[in-house]
Design a protein around this ligand. Structure first.
Ligand code: PMP
Length: 340
């Protein structure tokens, strides 16, 4: 057992969990990196820690300073927990459409929360752009100053995955890893892990698993930033090539519809005791597709980004699923199986 000096030392070093059904269906070894076991319960704790440490090293953050960010929720939770531990304050701008459970988890960490309507990136009132303007304003008006975390275009996010996530995967698999695949929000995880693993071995292939409604599948497959359809998944689905993605080229690109991802999420609860969020479903669907492209006998790793309790009112709510024309898994509505 480990003994830590601070909660910050508990970020990272997450286990790899074998995904049995995905492995058996493909003849590959498919593992998920259990990022929901981070203290803020998502992969974004790593970005939070590296962005704050990078700003400190560059002398941009002063004691009592404010960290401002636009986030779908998980980065806000990660940043706020890091800020709480180090004596900074946080202002988080979040689109209203994100799950209530995620917003509640965010509220627990104590940031100032600014909820805004969800509008596209090209709109000046988009949550990311608004957070940038707010940071510039607070930098002038607040005595201890403020920084904009800017996770999408701040490559400290990607660097965190180069030096931690990729290295952990390499050591946990004893170098027996043939593929890595995940979805993109900022691209920090995908491009960072890809960079770190390819540095270890040029043979390792990487892939993007893109939800519907995102533009990157078409960008990497056909050279065109074009989106079609939509997705109920949160925290992923990008419409542009962020700074974190610059210089990254996937070996494979997959476009995953929600029903394919949600079937996997439901089966994992029922058959393997793993209750995950929707982006993990997209990732595992991507790992299965990658395994089929590469053929049996390969080891493929993906990311289990966050836990299902963050989406109980959506992914696991029959009324919500019906409102989105998605299939409702029988077990959610079934009567108790036992007469008690
Ligand atoms: N899944 C979830 C649930 C997330 O919150 C995020 C980050 N927004 C991602 C996946 C994507 O990670 P990244 O930003 O590193 O691309």
């Amino acid at each position: 057992m480990s003994r830590y000096n601070s909660v910050l030392d508990a970020i990272g070093n997450t286990p790899l969990i074998r995904l049995h059904k995905a492995s058996e269906a493909t003849g590959c070894e498919i593992y998920g990196k259990a990022e929901f076991l981070n203290p803020g319960q998502s992969v974004k704790d790593r970005a939070g820690l590296f962005i704050v440490r990078d700003a400190e090293e560059k002398g941009l953050l002063k004691p009592g300073g404010i960290i401002v960010e636009g986030t779908a929720g998980n980065t806000g939770i990660g940043l706020s927990l890091v800020a709480d531990a180090l004596g900074y304050r946080t202002v988080i701008v979040i689109p209203e459409t994100q799950s209530e459970e995620k917003k509640d988890a965010l509220r627990l960490m104590g940031p100032e929360i600014v909820e805004v309507p969800a509008v596209p990136y090209k709109n000046p009132n988009n949550y990311v752009k608004l957070s940038g303007r707010l940071a510039a304003q607070l930098a002038k008006s607040h005595p201890a100053g403020a920084i904009w975390a800017n996770q999408f275009d701040n490559v400290a996010n990607r660097e965190g995955h180069v030096v931690t996530t990729a290295e952990e995967i390499w050591h946990q698999t004893a170098g027996v890893v043939d593929g890595f695949v995940c979805a993109v929000g900022t691209g920090g995880t995908l491009a960072g892990v890809a960079k770190g693993l390819k540095r270890r071995s040029g043979q390792i292939k990487t892939a993007i698993a893109d939800p519907m409604g995102a533009a990157l599948y078409n960008w990497y497959a056909h050279g065109e930033l074009k989106s079609e359809g939509s997705s109920i998944t949160e925290g992923i689905g990008q419409g542009r090539v962020t700074a974190n993605l610059e210089g990254y080229t996937p070996d494979f690109a997959f476009q995953i519809p929600d029903d394919e991802a949600l079937r996997i999420v439901v089966e994992l609860v029922m058959e393997e005791g793993l209750c995950l969020g929707g982006s993990s479903g997209i990732n595992i669907a991507g790992a299965i597709r990658m395994a089929r492209e590469m053929g049996p006998g390969h080891t493929i790793v993906t990311i289990l980004c966050d836990y299902g309790n963050r989406y109980q009112s959506k992914l696991f709510n029959p009324d919500f699923l019906r409102s989105k024309d998605l299939p409702v898994p029988a077990w959610i509505e079934e009567k108790p199986a036992f007469d008690i």
